[in-house]
Every structure is written in structure tokens, then in C-alpha cells.
Ligand binder design. Structure first.
Ligand SMILES: Nc1nc2c(c(=O)[nH]1)N[C@H]1C(S)=C(S)[C@@H](COP(=O)(O)OP(=O)(O)OC[C@H]3O[C@@H](n4cnc5c(=O)[nH]c(N)nc54)[C@H](O)[C@@H]3O)O[C@H]1N2
Ligand SMILES: Nc1nc2c(c(=O)[nH]1)N[C@H]1C(S)=C(S)[C@@H](COP(=O)(O)OP(=O)(O)OC[C@H]3O[C@@H](n4cnc5c(=O)[nH]c(N)nc54)[C@H](O)[C@@H]3O)O[C@H]1N2
Ligand code: SF4
Ligand SMILES: [Mo]
Length: 743
């Protein structure tokens, strides 16, 4: 007998609602949920393959524990005993920083990944935290921290209402969008054009997104900050700045004008390899549009001036009066956001409160660069203890971070490593204990992170579509037990972790004057929480305390878990609304348009005006039917054009004697790889492109399908030394490479 169940898709940031078809406990099909308040039936090929992703026979079913050098299947009890026995001695003997934590991308796609890592980190007290953010969006966090005082206050383009979208270094027709949660991004771009709006794309490749654009500028990689700085200067020179309602909330406009004055279209044109007239036109169009949004992603972040580019994006949004207004770039308000406090000065955002031990990289948002993970393990210094034990949750840095070969060796040298991962892959193969979470059909879903980045305020929750298979453990329980095992409380009831968080959160809330529960009894409130388990009670608590919540009765009709469960397709909370100055947490209580660390970094950008590397540079690319490093094991999603090939322009191919389909040797600072060439004018001359997440040819993994067409690891071309200095973000795009036609 088949039945259906609703499940929000966890496979990318678009968060589409799916209707799964189930045969017993097996997912046999997936289609878009037409009644979903946000995605309205949209689905992409990855979502349509949900069943294949979910049912991959290579997913681990039981924990693995290393014994005499090899991993064997084990019970959960044995596994957590081994975790406690492996981690505690390291922390006790060598101090908290000797235990490192690595958090990977899928943590933002799971309930467990949102709720438990913060508890784990607080309990461990380690400064050795490395996450996917520093190979991704850390520059945006840093620029938001400096501009708005809150690293998580990221303005999102108002896709559905804007008249003009300037889209930089993003390819939502393949990625489905990032830091801009918008199911059916392609449809929303087409709707923008249909209503007479304008789309400009800046990308060294003529992507599917670029093909949709009214104007495509094939910029030289790594130079977006120069382009954006020059656009700001044009706005100032031509009297096109107009802050509108923002003016009282912004300081530093004049300082920005002075700081950027020597970045003119003419001065940046050669470095960007763009026409000065085009740069000027871009600025004028932005200013002339009734509403406009500048939006930039991976291609603007994973470059040497990532923080400056991220900052300039919002500088342009501010100067044109588009920040915080409909049609511009606004701050979403998620249902699980903390109770908004009254506007006013905050504590501001600090960078570099501590530094990495080996290279002295400043922390950003409490994190050290993922690029520095290998050296923090394999290099001894007088400054403190190296990382000797590692907790890895949903991360595969051997493929996703620079210089996988070095990291591979470093991981092998650890005293102890535990991986929470459904696969035995390039990274988890080094673990002493692997703790496999259940497949998504057996897990609940709520988008704690992506609702704070969504183009429409809405809230949705789906319970597990099928019950936990016997022998499985929910990922929330795995992480709660991990917290206990890592902190000397091994054996305690994991429900204690949730109970502690509830007690602390409610205890704080009742003391906050702006809270709807101010002055009430936290125990009485805790007793009112509903939900089948700890994570559900925590979701109920966050919803009820949040901006749309029922305030535990103070605001009748407001949100609660019960109310959400009564709306299985979600609850629409309306379009994005202007919110300033409330979200600001800067010391001034205003948008600080020229923060000190940014001003101090401008001389480096000025020096880039003169840089003109003669050789080839490499950029990445994403494929619609792929996702970073972990979806190449699903036959339905590989093959066809989803392959690990080197895109190269015909002019470069001719010059270098590279033939279509023939192998090319690609050399970078960190090593070399060999991949087949795909000659295409989809990439501009001087630039080649290789996707990331490939290289599934290491021994000791269990990736039956992926290892049949392993591809190569593009990140082996990097040695980990290229970073955006403010954020510690890896430079993954625009890296110098040399090619030789192989063999
Ligand atoms: N050259 C280059 N490198 C890049 C990028 C690039 O553009 N170019 N992009 C970077 C970016 S943006 C990112 S975010 C990183 C991503 O890199 P990572 O953070 O390493 O993320 P993934 O490769 O997506 O998956 C990591 C692991 O999560 C596991 N996993 C899948 N589902 C679950 C789950 O439900 N629970 C748990 N516990 N684990 C799960 C997978 O098996 C996999 O081992 O890569 C970065 N690396
Ligand atoms: N199908 C699929 N979807 C995904 C993922 C995936 O791996 N596959 N990964 C997910 C993750 S973790 C993330 S972070 C998002 C990322 O989402 P996006 O940011 O949309 O990622 P990309 O598709 O890599 O697009 C980046 C674009 O930047 C261009 N680029 C490279 N260098 C430069 C430069 O210097 N300047 C400019 N202007 N452009 C440049 C590249 O050519 C590329 O087209 O996608 C998410 N969605
Ligand atoms: S666009 Fe993303 S969230 Fe939507 S179905 Fe595809 S993978 Fe899933
Ligand atoms: Mo990412």
C-alpha cells in the first residue's frame, strides 16, 4: 500500500516542500507540494531524486568503531563509550583547544545541526572551531557584523518585487540560490523580466543565469570589489546617491566617498577587464531603477577581497536607498528569531579576539579558517597545543577545503576522531568512530537558518515521513549524546541536554523587559511546552518566544508548534518588511558605512588596481544535479553533463594545444590534477573552470557508485595559504594555474 507524506527538501537552500510517495518505509517518489505556502509545487531534479538519495544502499546503518586499525560495525553503546574514552583524556591532558570541531554544510539543512552544535561548543570551550563558512560566506558575515553589528543580519534581495537585480558571482539556475532562500529562483528571475525588470549578471562564465540576463559582464575573476568600488564612485561623482528614508540610520557616507574616490571606472577597467563605459552604465542603471538590489555570492566571497566585495554590495544598496525597502535588499524576520529587542546601540562586532596558533589568522565569528585546519593539527609551535582530537559533524574537508592530501595525512595522525556522517567517505574514513544519522525521510525538518535568509517570511515544519528504522538513532539524539560524551557526562539521559537549554533560554527570557514572558515563572512556561521530544519542545519554545509567537498566552493566536502542526503546508508570514533600525547592533546604533577594519584593508584593494596576472586563472562551477562533495554516489544524479571536466575557452585551448575530451594536466600552488578538457566559449578567455567535491578515489571509503567515476579534487590545486585576510575565507576562485596538454 503506498501513501504520501510531506517533507521539506534538505538538499539545497531553496527549501522546497515535497510530497513523498512511500511504499512501506521506502520513498518511491517525490513531487513538488503544490500547497506549500512558499515553494508552491516547485521541484528540481535533485528533489525529484529524493528517494534515491534517501535510499542509497551505501548509507551506513550502524555505528563504526575502529579496532586494531580497522572500522567494524558496533552498537550505539560501544560507539559512545569509545567517543567518551577517546575525547576526554585529550581535553583533560592538553586543554580545551586540543579538541577541534569541524562543522560542514549539511548542518544548516538539519534540525539537529541547528540545535546541538552551539551546545557542544559551549560545553567544550574550544577555540579550535572550523566550519564550511570559511570556504563560503564568512566574508558576508564579517561585512554584516561590521556594518550592522550583527554577523547574521544579512540583507536579502527582494526578488519578487525588485525592478532591477544586479547579480554577481552566483548561478542560481544551477545552485537554486544561496543566502537568498527562494524556491523556484529561475521562475522568480523570469517573473522579474516579465514585469519589465532588469537583470544584470557579472560572471566570468556565461552561465545559464547569465543567458537569462539583459546584460552579462564577463569580469576577470577576483576583481568584483574593484568594480563595485568604481560604481560607488560614479554614484558620488554624478550626484546619484539618494539614501531616502535610510539617511537617519546611516553614518560614514562622506567617509566612504573619500575612501573610494580613486576607484573610478577608468582606473579599474583594466584590472577587471571590463569597459569603463559599462561600469559607469551599471552604476547609472542601478541608481535610476525605481527599486534595485545588488546581490553577490560565492564568486564574490571566495576571492582575495571577499569581505570588501561583500561590504561594497551593501554600500551600493545603501547609497541608492535600496537597503531595507521593498524591492531592494531587506532583513527577513524568521519565526524562530529571538524576540526583537528595542532599537538602540549594541555591543558591535569584534574581529580577531584570538588568533590561530600556527599562522596567526584572526578568528571571525568565533571560527578559525578551515584552510588552517591541517596546519593546526600537523604543526607544533610554542604557542599552545596542536589539535589532537577532532569532532567532525557533516563535513568532508578532505575534498571541500584546500590541500586535501595534507589534511588527509593530518587526520590520520590524530589521537582520536569522531565523524557524524551517513557515509564512509574521504574524511570519515579517518574516524575512530563513525556515528551515522538516519536518512532524511526518518528525520524532522525545519529551516532554522534558511528562514532568516528567505525572500518571504514563512514558517514550515515537517515531522519524519517514516518512523526510525530499528537500530537507528535520531541525529538530534546522536548529537546530544555526543555533547554528553565529550564533556564527561557520558551515560546521562540525552533529554537532559534539551532540558538544560530550555531552562537557560526561558530563564533569560523572563528577565528581558521586551520579552512577552517578562516576569513569569520559567518552570511554569517549560511545563507548557508541547512536542513529542526534546527538539520539538525547543522548536515550540523558540516559536512561542519569537516575533510571531503566542508568547505563552500573552499574544493569543500567535505561533506555537501546535499551530504549525495544524498547517502542514506551512504558514505564510508575508513579504519582507522594512525593519531598520531594530536589527542594528552597532555601538552607534546606526549602519556604520566605513568600519575601521574595512578602511584598513582598502590599501590592499588599491594595490590590486595594478595587478594583471598574465597566466590562466581557475574558477569553480556547480551543477544542478550535484551538491558539494556528497551527492556523486547516486546514479540518478551523475553522468551526462554532471562530470568533472575542465572548461576552457577555444582560444586558450588552441594556444595550448588542448583538444576537446583530451586529458589536461592542471598545476597550482598545492599540487596538480589531470582532468579531461571540455572546450567551450561558456567560459571567458584566460579562465578555466573545474567543479569541486570530486576526487572519490581514496581507499577505505564506501562509495560504490562515486568511485566508479571519481573525478579529481580541484582543491588539491590550493596550498591553503590564499585567504581573504579579514574573514579567513579561502580563496577558491581566480586561483593561478598552469596547463599542459597531458601525455
Ligand atoms: N573549490 C571549491 N571548493 C569548495 C566550494 C567551491 O565553490 N569551490 N564550495 C565550498 C562551499 S560553499 C561549501 S558549503 C563546502 C561544503 O563542504 P562540506 O561542508 O564538506 O559539505 P558537503 O560536501 O556538502 O557534505 C559534507 C558531509 O556531510 C555529510 N552529510 C550529508 N547529509 C548529512 C546529514 O543529514 N547529517 C550529517 N551529519 N551529515 C550529512 C556528507 O556525507 C558529507 O560527508 O565546500 C566548499 N568547497
Ligand atoms: N546544484 C547545486 N546546488 C548547490 C550546491 C551544489 O554544489 N550544487 N551547493 C550549495 C552551496 S553549499 C552553496 S554555498 C551555493 C552557492 O551558490 P552560488 O553562489 O550560486 O554558486 P555557484 O553556482 O558556484 O556560482 C558562483 C558563480 O561565480 C562565478 N565566479 C567565479 N569567480 C568569480 C569572480 O571572481 N567574480 C564573479 N563575479 N563571479 C565569479 C562562477 O563562474 C559561478 O558561476 O549553492 C548551493 N546549491
Ligand atoms: S531546488 Fe533545492 S530544495 Fe528545491 S527540490 Fe531542488 S534540491 Fe530540493
Ligand atoms: Mo556553501
Amino acid at each position: 500500500m503506498s501513501r504520501t507524506a510531506l517533507r521539506i527538501c534538505p538538499l539545497c537552500e531553496a527549501t522546497c516542500g515535497l510530497t513523498l510517495t512511500l511504499d512501506g518505509t521506502r520513498v518511491t517518489g517525490a513531487r513538488g507540494d503544490r500547497e506549500d505556502v512558499f515553494s508552491k509545487g516547485f521541484i528540481c531534479p535533485k528533489g525529484a531524486s529524493f528517494g534515491a538519495v534517501d535510499g542509497d544502499p551505501d548509507r551506513l546503518r550502524t555505528p563504526l568503531v575502529r579496532e586494531n586499525g580497522t572500522l567494524r560495525e558496533a552498537t550505539w553503546e560501544e560507539a559512545f563509550d569509545a567517543v567518551a574514552a577517546g575525547l576526554r583524556p585529550v581535553a583533560e591532558r592538553h586543554g580545551p583547544n586540543a579538541v577541534g570541531v569541524v562543522l560542514g554544510n549539511p548542518n544548516v539543512h538539519t534540525v539537529a545541526g541547528a540545535l546541538y552544535p552551539p551546545v557542544l561548543l559551549a560545553a567544550l570551550g574550544t577555540r579550535s572551531l572550523f566550519t564550511a563558512s570559511t570556504v563560503d560566506q564568512m566574508p558576508k558575515h564579517v561585512s554584516s557584523g561590521l556594518l550592522f553589528g550583527d554577523a547574521n543580519a544579512i540583507p536579502v534581495p527582494d526578488l519578487d518585487r525588485t525592478d532591477h537585480l544586479l547579480l554577481i558571482g552566483a548561478n542560481p539556475l544551477e545552485s537554486n540560490g544561496s543566502l537568498c532562500t527562494a524556491p523556484d529562483f529561475p521562475g522568480r528571475l523570469k517573473a522579474l523580466k516579465a514585469r519589465g525588470g532588469r537583470l544584470t549578471v557579472v560572471d566570468p562564465r556565461r552561465t545559464r543565469t547569465a543567458k537569462l540576463a539583459d546584460r552579462h559582464l564577463a569580469i576577470r575573476p577576483g576583481t568584483d570589489a574593484l568594480l563595485l568600488a568604481a560604481m560607488a564612485t560614479v554614484l558620488f561623482e554624478e550626484g546619484l546617491t539618494d539614501l531616502g528614508d535610510l539617511a537617519p540610520h546611516v553614518e560614514g557616507v562622506e567617509e566612504v566617498r573619500r575612501a573610494l574616490a580613486d576607484f573610478t571606472p577608468e582606473s579599474v577597467a583594466a584590472a577587471c577587464d571590463l569597459d569603463a563605459g559599462d561600469v559607469r552604465a551599471l552604476a547609472r542603471e542601478l541608481a535610476a531603477a525605481p527599486s534595485a538590489a545588488v546581490y553577490a555570492r560565492i564568486g564574490s566571497c571566495t576571492v582575495p577581497h571577499g569581505t570588501l566585495a561583500s561590504w561594497l554590495v551593501d554600500v551600493l544598496n545603501v547609497l541608492t536607498g535600496n537597503l531595507d525597502r521593498p524591492g531592494g535588499a531587506l532583513f527577513p524576520q524568521a519565526a524562530t528569531d529571538r524576540t526583537p529587542r528595542p532599537a538602540g546601540p549594541g555591543r558591535g562586532f569584534a574581529l580577531g579576539r584570538w588568533h590561530s596558533r600556527v599562522s596567526g589568522h584572526p578568528e571571525a565569528k568565533g571560527e578559525l579558517p578551515l584552510s588552517a585546519l591541517a596546519e593546526e593539527i600537523d604543526t607544533a609551535t610554542d604557542e599552545g597545543e596542536p589539535v589532537r582530537a577532532l569532532i567532525v559533524v557533516a563535513a568532508n574537508p578532505v575534498l571541500s577545503a584546500p590541500d586535501g592530501d595534507r589534511l588527509d595525512k593530518a587526520l590520520a595522525s590524530l589521537d582520536f576522531m569522531v565523524s557524524v556522517d551517513p557515509y564512509l567517505n574521504e574524511t570519515s574514513r579517518h574516524a575512530d568512530v563513525v556515528l551515522p544519522p538516519p536518512p532524511p525521510s526518518q528525520s524532522p525538518h525545519h529551516d532554522f537558518a534558511f528562514n532568516t535568509l528567505a525572500v518571504r517570511n514563512q514558517v514550515r515544519y515537517t515531522r519524519p515521513a517514516v518512523p526510525l528504522e530499528s537500530g537507528r538513532m535520531a541525529e538530534s539524539e546522536i548529537l546530544a549524546r555526543l555533547v554528553l560524551a565529550a564533556t564527561g557526562l557520558h551515560g546521562t539521559d540525552p533529554a537532559a541536554v534539551d532540558a538544560m537549554v530550555v531552562e537557560q533560554t526561558l530563564g533569560r527570557a523572563v528577565q528581558e523587559e521586551h520579552s512577552p514572558v517578562h516576569g513569569r515563572d520559567p518552570h511554569e512556561l517549560a511545563g507548557r511546552l508541547t512536542g513529542d521530544n526534546g527538539p520539538e519542545r525547543r522548536l515550540d519554545m523558540m516559536l512561542r518566544l519569537g516575533p510571531y509567537g503566542d508568547g505563552f498566552g500573552a499574544r493569543p493566536g500567535g505561533l506555537s508548534l501546535d499551530r504549525l502542526l495544524a498547517h502542514p503546508h506551512g504558514i505564510d508570514l508575508g513579504p519582507l518588511r522594512p525593519r531598520l533600525p531594530q536589527p542594528l547592533r552597532t555601538r552607534s546604533g546606526r549602519v556604520e558605512l566605513l568600519p575601521g577594519p574595512v578602511a584598513d584593508d582598502l590599501p590592499r584593494l588599491r594595490a590590486a588596481l595594478r595587478e594583471r596576472p598574465a597566466g590562466l586563472v581557475l574558477v569553480g562551477r556547480r551543477h544542478l544535479r550535484s551538491n558539494n562533495s556528497w551527492m556523486h554516489n547516486v546514479p540518478a544524479l551523475t553522468g551526462g553533463t554532471n562530470r568533472c571536466t575542465l572548461h576552457i575557452h577555444p582560444d586558450d585551448a588552441d594556444r595550448l594545444g588542448v583538444r576537446d575530451g583530451a586529458d589536461v594536466r592542471i598545476k597550482g600552488a598545492g599540487g596538480e590534477v589531470v582532468a579531461p578538457a571540455e572546450v567551450t566559449d561558456g567560459v571567458r578567455p584566460g579562465v578555466v573552470s573545474l567543479p569541486h567535491g570530486w576526487g572519490h578515489d581514496r581507499p577505505g571509503t564506501r562509495l560504490g557508485h562515486a568511485s566508479t567515476a571519481p573525478g579529481v579534487n580541484v582543491n588539491q590545486l590550493l596550498d591553503g595559504s590564499l585567504l581573504d585576510p579579514l574573514s579567513g575565507n579561502a580563496v577558491l576562485n581566480g586561483i593561478p594555474v598552469s596547463l599542459t596538454a597531458s601525455l
